[in-house]
Design a protein around this ligand. Sequence first.
Ligand code: G4P
Length: 531
Amino acid sequence: MSNKVAQETASRRTFGIISHPDAGKTTLTEKLLLFGGAIQLAGSVKARKASTHALSDWMSIEQERGISVTSSVMQFFYRDYTVNLLDTPGHQDFSEDTYRVLTAVDSALMVIDHAKGVEPQTEKLMEVCRMRNTPVVTFINKLDREGMDPLDILAQIEDKLQIECVPLSWPVGMGKQFKGVYDIYRGQLHLFTPGRDSQADADGVMIKDVNDPRLDELLGGSAADKLREDLELLAGAANPYDHQEFLKASQTPVFFGSAINNFGVKELLDAFVELAPAPGCRSAEPRPVCPDEESFAGFTFKVQANMNPAHRDRIAFFRICSGKFQRGMKVRHQRLGKEVMLNNATIFMAQDRANVEEAYPGDIIGIHNHGTIKIGDTFTTAKDELRFTGIPNFAPEHFRRVLLKNPLKAKQLSKGLLQLAEEGAVQVFRPLQGGDFILGAVGVLQFEVTVARLKAEYGVEADYEPVAYGAARWVSADDRKTLEEFRAKNWNNMALDAEEHLTFLSESPWMLSRTMEMFPRVTFHKTREHS
Ligand code: G4P
């Protein structure tokens, strides 16, 4: 690997934020971008969240609801690091894309509202991180409000998310009594002043030994004693931070603060860039791909239709895994076995999309295309037939039956649905019994988006209605007979997905577990790799 590629790779931090809506992801993102100098004004990300950038018919759904259907990539520079923050759509626009974004990151930042604790969406996203052993840093937010006892939150995280917590900072009080955080990592006390952006105090007061009497002066006797007590308790109860355990995703370092007050954010960012891993090797067939290879390689993890319905072109979000990207370079589109020229790529900045001249492992580029690029596609200059793995479809959790208003449009409907399915936000199933289309999605907004786009882009008037499914799994078995028996016995619940893979559609998660118990020789897959 050239020195330049090695250096650039080592300085990359590519991550996503996992959180439940309203935990503070947008607020924190904005503060991080401010530190990175990527935006000048507080409020711009927030404004974008409820923004007017709806440029097509289906995007007006986004506008109506003040949410963002699009997820983007923000690159900023902090200290000696190039940070790529991949947005994980989280409100009603929560979708399979949210999960798939996590296949393109090297680490994650988990934001938890300390009044609410671990919430369902966080649990789901953590499950994706666990599947891939993605290292996770935790930020407990909104300490300026009353919330759960910090020890209880840590216990809840450990219990629900199956990851060991190692607090690297510790709060002193909360709500009206919130006095600040003690940075255990550096031995510094940071004092909180309500209603003020705390960036100015970011250096804190160095207090290496918590028995230092200055602690009493700064916090008041009882708060200082409580801090000492808590730290002693922690020292007895929690394991020390172990970098290898963090990298293996079995430990998460925990920070406390208040994003809206910009309190604890700089310490979080400083620790994050130091602890989070640079891009590493990625699983692929027939061999893993490491950043230090001369040849260029990467994969697509998201396809997004262009905002302008007049042009049916798409942007493929592409994660670079090895080598150097240069504008105009020729690469092989592995699935099609075709050479293509990458002269029309975009890198996603906080505010602008700038044309990229060069990019490195960990970076995300956008490649314009007319539907030729699918999720999971590998592009490379390597000699061997590489195919990245681990960018799967995720089992949908919500289902609707598609109703076609004009039966003469059946062909267009089928074409439209298959193309939309290729973009990956919605999945399409054909039950073995009957000729319906069943849509499956991870977030319900996708049904509305699909119907709006069928009309705008394919001229198909369709609607959808509820259908009695609540869970889906792709199924396989070691021998054909077992699978055939399973299919025959569950005929009414069997379907084929858009790539003709056999899928079991169950009435509910409960029914699913019952079926799984009844058919122990059948394997039920929550994800499916692209063919
Ligand atoms: P999200 O992207 O995870 O959905 O959360 P977002 O940042 O939009 O924050 C959700 C709400 O929580 C916002 O309030 C935001 O101001 C507030 N918030 C974020 N961080 C903190 C914090 O540290 N302390 C307190 N007290 N509140 C915080 P909102 O009322 O929904 O919006 P806004 O009117 O404040 O913009």
